[in-house]
Design a protein around this ligand. Structure first.
Ligand SMILES: [Zn+2]
Ligand SMILES: [Zn+2]
Ligand SMILES: [Zn+2]
Ligand SMILES: [Zn+2]
Length: 400
């Protein structure tokens, strides 16, 4: 009998030998490499990864992926069957976590993969910029996008960052409506988030809430983005640099009319932040963290925190707000008594979902054995919202 071909243990890493491999066409070379690496990872997950024990173990540890990667996994063909199987394990792990010791959740494995790919591309590009021919080619193609310049500014030496800043300003001067798009970076989830924000506006009155803090955060995030899309924009300020996701969201909300103004303003803010960097280069571990400074992130997180705090008193009386697993774990860490008071309801919800996922899995297996397709129960989508309410902007699956 021939030996079975061993399955790869992880997604393949995209080949990258030099900066010239990245500089193949106009637009941010780091975005292009990172987007391809990210697509490959998600394709690997759909084909093989979802069935590998170490992937499942990792997902059970992080209680699934972040909201952005969850939406991308949910949009893949065959997601209902695949994620029904995966969430059976992840919701069981969440149930254990809800009654066990409060511990910090590890990062989303897909985000870790994307961050590593971005780091590889950015390091290779920066290293290549010591060569004049590479600089010439990089300038010809427009340099890097604002989010990747911001990342480079936290890790790379002053001189190549100053050169990339100058190249970016030059590109923004040339890039006019409607082709400024690549300067804000590549975010394959931005359209899905825009659809969620517009659903948030249209669901007036009673809406089925998955998580009250996630919903409050989504409203605050939408309001902050709308302010940025308006005509009055603040003077450039290093503290007003948006994170990559919110820059993409703000550009989508601003559209073709206000988009270029927004991009030019963010370029000024980022230039001011880079100029204000300490003159002495520090190793990555000792640099001041700038992640989380984004004003939209702060507005969202503050609104979610307020709602969680308001719900704490009610939770102690056993009638707290709807909470996703992530916010329930935050509540437990901040106030164990309130967390305990709500634990029974959330554990019951987990038990209900585990049973629904098992039924859906069995029905799909039985249908497959008859060569038919089972009706989608939607349990996998409810599981995604249960684990992280942000997946559907704080609303329940199907409420959009
Ligand atoms: Zn980029
Ligand atoms: Zn992620
Ligand atoms: Zn939540
Ligand atoms: Zn942000």
């Amino acid at each position: 009998m021939p030996a079975a071909t061993p399955l790869p243990r992880g997604p393949s890493v995209l080949t990258l030998y030099s900066a010239m491999d990245l500089l193949t066409s106009p637009g941010c070379p780091v975005c292009r490499y990172a987007a391809e690496a990210s697509d490959r990872y998600l394709r690997w997950f759909a084909l093989e990864g979802h069935a590998q024990p170490d992937t499942i173990t990792r997902l059970c540890g992080s209680l699934g992926t972040c909201a952005s990667h969850t939406r991308r996994l949910m949009s893949q063909p065959g997601a209902s069957v695949r994620l029904t199987a995966v969430y059976r394990y992840v919701v069981m792990a969440a149930r254990d976590r809800l009654t066990g010791r409060a511990e910090r959740l590890p990062a989303c494995p897909a985000c870790d993969h994307d961050t590593a790919a971005t780091g590889r591309a950015l390091d290779t590009l920066i290293e290549g910029l010591s060569d004049q021919a590479t600089r010439y080619r990089c300038r010809q193609l427009g340099g890097v996008c604002l989010p990747h310049l911001a990342t480079a500014a936290t890790t790379a030496r002053r001189e190549p960052v100053a050169w990339l800043t100058e190249t970016m300003r030059d590109a923004i001067g040339k890039v006019g409506t409607p082709r400024y798009g690549w300067v804000v970076g590549t975010d394959p989830d931005a359209e899905a988030r825009a659809a969620l924000r517009s659903a948030l506006r249209s669901t007036g009155g009673w809406t089925p809430v998955a998580c009250a803090p996630c919903l409050a955060g989504a409203h605050a995030e939408r309001n902050a983005l709308e302010r940025l899309a308006g005509p009055a924009i603040d003077a450039p300020d290093p503290s007003l640099v948006l994170c990559a996701g919110h820059l993409a969201d703000a550009a989508t909300a601003a559209g073709h009319d206000s988009g270029p103004v927004l991009v030019a303003w963010q370029a000024d803010c980022l230039t001011a932040r880079i100029a204000a960097r300490p003159t002495r280069w520090l190793p990555a571990g000792r640099q001041r963290r700038t992640v989380g400074d984004c004003a939209v992130c702060q507005a969202r997180d503050a609104a979610a925190r307020r709602t969680l705090a308001d719900g704490t008193a009610a939770a102690q009386a056993g009638t707290g707000p709807a909470l996703c697993v992530r916010h329930h774990l935050s509540l437990r860490a901040a106030n164990p008594r309130a967390g305990d008071a709500l634990a029974r309801a959330v554990v019951n919800a987990a038990d209900g979902l585990i049973s629904d996922l098992a039924d859906a899995f069995d029905r799909a297996a039985a249908a497959r054995s008859r060569g038919a397709a089972a009706r989608d129960s939607g349990a996998w989508r409810r599981a995604a919202a249960f684990l992280d309410g942000a997946v559907f902007g704080g609303l329940q699956a199907g409420a959009q």
